[in-house]
Design a binder for this molecule. Structure first.
Ligand code: ASP
Length: 336
């Protein structure tokens, strides 16, 4: 196991706000540690990967405007979905092996209501469609053509999500067509976001284009409540990134929440589940390219994360420390 590590965050996103609530704005350079801060004040927003920083900011601003947790999560995640430079989410996401961008997303609120879409094509904001599933249907999950038809019926516009850059990457891949899930290569995979508001109420969401070059029709963990995302408003929430198959096999996010229910801290709970995933996969064919990372937050606003391999990071936003990147501990490096 690696030791505790720190790093300096250099990115900047706007200025430091004046009021307590707006103080989430990113600070220029701050040394950060991975341990959950016991004195942290709610609200807290935590999101996977570097693109979580801009998403956190948008979510924070939405919450600050007095909007709901669902609106904050949706608004935050839409930032990554719309960004063509984020090649693992929404518009510009890397396609499957047939060159099709297929999207998975889910959202869950403090009442345990949830909405999810999987294998959705041609809609830039799957997280918004997932929210509509939650709010407008008697169901939790819609998939494929049915999800698309539902989105169109709700006024969403069908558009081409394959950018020239992602198409070029796919054509390069086609030359060898060697299938291996591409996970965690460039530090900007699935965005999963968890939010605890000032009353301690939880909301969460996930959105992704999934593993690049996946088989057409493959669905990962991200739209599956209990795998890519889970929360229980009495306890806390957890969300995953990494090889979805491994997270589904272990009901990863639900298990992290159950461990917190038993008294584990967010950090401890994430670590125990990553250890479990490692133990179940150490002789598995997926092991050479296996990466999983979890983030978690409890009702008190303590947060944490842990990953199987190095390279995982997450963005955290709270009034005390601003919006910044943190690197959690991990079990092993890619060379181990
Ligand atoms: N969990 C996602 C999936 O398996 C991918 C990722 O997080 O990078 O589809």
């Amino acid at each position: 196991m690696s030791g505790r590590r720190k790093f300096i965050k250099t990115a900047a996103l706007g200025s430091v706000g004046l009021s307590t609530f707006s103080a989430c704005a990113t600070q220029a350079a701050e040394v950060l540690k991975t341990t959950a801060d016991k004195t942290i004040k709610k609200p807290v927003i935590i999101s996977t990967w570097n693109h979580g920083l801009a998403a956190n900011q948008a979510a924070w601003d939405t919450l600050k405007n007095g909007e709901s947790g669902l609106s904050a999560i949706e608004t935050g995640l839409k930032i990554s979905e719309a960004d063509p430079k984020v090649r693992s989410v929404g518009y510009g996401g890397l396609p499957d092996r047939e060159g099709k961008v297929t999207l998975d997303a889910c959202i869950m609120d403090k009442n345990s209501d949830c909405g999810s879409v999987s294998f959705l094509q041609g809609i830039k904001h799957p997280i918004s469609v997932a929210r509509k599933v939650l709010e407008k249907t008697p169901h939790v999950m819609l998939t494929g053509k049915g999800a698309l038809n539902f989105a169109l019926s709700q006024g969403f516009k069908e558009e081409n999500l394959l950018t020239p850059e992602s198409e070029k990457a796919w054509k390069n891949w086609l030359e060898k067509s060697k299938y291996q899930p591409v996970i965690n290569i460039e530090n900007h995979d699935t965005i999963s976001m968890l939010l605890v508001d000032s009353d301690g109420n939880l909301t969460g969401g996930c959105t992704t284009s999934g593993a690049a070059w996946k088989m057409h029709g493959r669905v990962g963990d991200s739209p599956i409540i209990g795998a890519g995302l889970f929360l229980d408003n009495e306890v806390g929430g957890a969300a995953a990134t990494g090889l979805g198959e491994a997270v589904i096999r272990t009901a990863g996010s639900a298990m992290v929440v159950e461990l917190m229910r038993q008294g584990k801290s967010p950090n401890e709970a994430c670590k125990i589940i990553v250890e479990r995933i490692y133990n179940k996969h150490k002789n598995h064919k997926d092991m050479p390219h296996l990466q999983v990372g979890f983030i978690a937050v409890n009702k008190q606003g303590e947060y944490g994360g842990y990953s199987l391999r190095s390279g995982f990071n997450f963005a955290v936003c709270d009034a005390k420390n601003g919006n910044r990147m943190e690197k959690p501990d991990f079990k092993m490096t890619w060379k181990d």
